[in-house]
Ligand binder design. Structure first.
Ligand code: UDP
Length: 341
């Protein structure tokens, strides 16, 4: 473990990536896990809370919060799945913009280092391929994805302005598509949809012609590089390196290849159906250029798509079996933390 004896705040801690950060950091640090549970699932971190290994605070970062003696802040709060972030787009923009201001103010008060979970979405539907950090992006500012894309772009602006004006110790990572255990089976993303559909022998819902590409990074690889980025001083690599840096797996696949691989690995009888149009502003291709991460952090992903999918399928298989056994015990088949919170 590279980060130890620190007081750490993780926002979005009950979400997919936030929960992995909690799991990687709690043993050697004091972790405060913050989430408004709008899309995060308490079940992702329930065992850590029950065992008093982390402190949980239900809070929405669009409101300020006063916490003391923080060393590090990981700002991961924001719905990340297109159907989820588009469900309340104004709240999504507020989460990135007001949320970043509140967290940067908190970093300022505490003299803490703060890392922003930015995204490949800041490149929009890219004209430069693969995407390099110097590419300024092609986001449609009035489209349905803009609440997320422009919110995250503005968050980057705020991080760099807080650095320029107040010398805040910032880090910015641009996260490309990531998958793995603790994803919400119902959040509507391509990996979770295809796996849950394949495991249930249901039709695989392909949007558009399936030729659009994404580059999928297994979560453990991504958490490794986030921790490296946060603690680069300790490692003595590029102490002045603050990003923005692309993090993701450059292995690029079109969605038909992804669907076929998932069908093969789940031994499924599912067939691909093409009945939905490409969603508006859906990027046609995406692949990170990770030369900067390699050079500055000496990092590259180790887990290929096939091995990562095998682990992810195991997770979804357990979740689905759990749900179907719950359903036989009573009329309520799924009480999600969102509903119960
Ligand atoms: N997609 C799909 N079927 C699904 C869910 C998503 O074909 O059931 C497509 C979606 O249109 C996009 C790609 O898969 O082209 C990745 O979508 P996702 O929501 O996972 O994330 P994005 O990279 O677009 O943010």
């Amino acid at each position: 473990m590279i980060i130890s004896n620190k007081k750490i705040l993780i926002t979005g801690a009950a979400g997919f990536l936030g929960s992995h950060l909690c799991n990687r950091l709690f043993e050697q640090n004091s972790v405060i896990a913050l989430d408004n549970l709008s899309t995060g699932r308490l079940s992702n971190i329930q065992n850590l809370i029950d065992n008093n290994q982390i402190e949980f605070i239900k809070h929405d970062i669009t409101n300020s919060i006063d916490l003391k003696n923080l060393d590090l802040i990981f700002n991961f709060a924001c719905p990340a799945s297109p159907p989820r972030y588009q469900a309340d787009p104004i709240q999504t923009t507020k989460t990135s913009v007001l949320g970043s201001i509140n967290m940067l103010e908190l970093a300022k008060k505490n003299n803490a280092r703060i890392l922003q979970a930015s995204t490949s979405e800041i490149y929009g539907d890219p004209e430069v391929h693969p995407q390099v950090e110097s590419y300024k992006g092609g986001v449609n500012p009035i489209g349905v994805r803009a609440c997320y894309d422009e919110g995250k772009r503005c968050a980057e602006t705020l991080f760099f302005d807080y650095k320029r004006m107040h010398d805040i110790d910032i880090r910015v990572v641009r996260i490309f598509n990531t998958y793995g255990p603790n994803m919400d089976p119902l959040d509507g993303r391509v990996v979770s949809n295809f796996i849950t559909q394949a495991l249930q022998n249901k039709p695989i819902t392909m949007y558009g012609d399936g030729k659009q590409t994404r580059s999928f990074c297994y979560v453990d690889d991504l958490i490794d590089v986030i921790l490296l980025m946060m603690e680069s001083k300790t490692l003595n690599v590029s102490s002045d390196f603050i990003g923005p840096v692309n993090i993701g797996n450059p292995g690029e696949f079109n969605l038909i290849e992804l669907a076929n691989l998932i069908i093969e690995l789940t031994n499924s009888k599912s067939k691909i159906i093409f009945e939905k149009e490409m969603p508006s502003d859906d990027p046609k291709k995406r692949k990170p250029d990770i030369s900067l991460a390699k050079e500055k952090l000496n990092w590259e992903p180790k887990i290929n798509l096939r091995s990562g999918l095998i682990k992810t399928i195991e997770y979804f298989d357990k979740v689905l079996k759990n749900e179907s056994s719950n359903c036989c015990r009573g009329p309520v088949s799924r009480i999600s933390p969102r509903q119960s919170a």
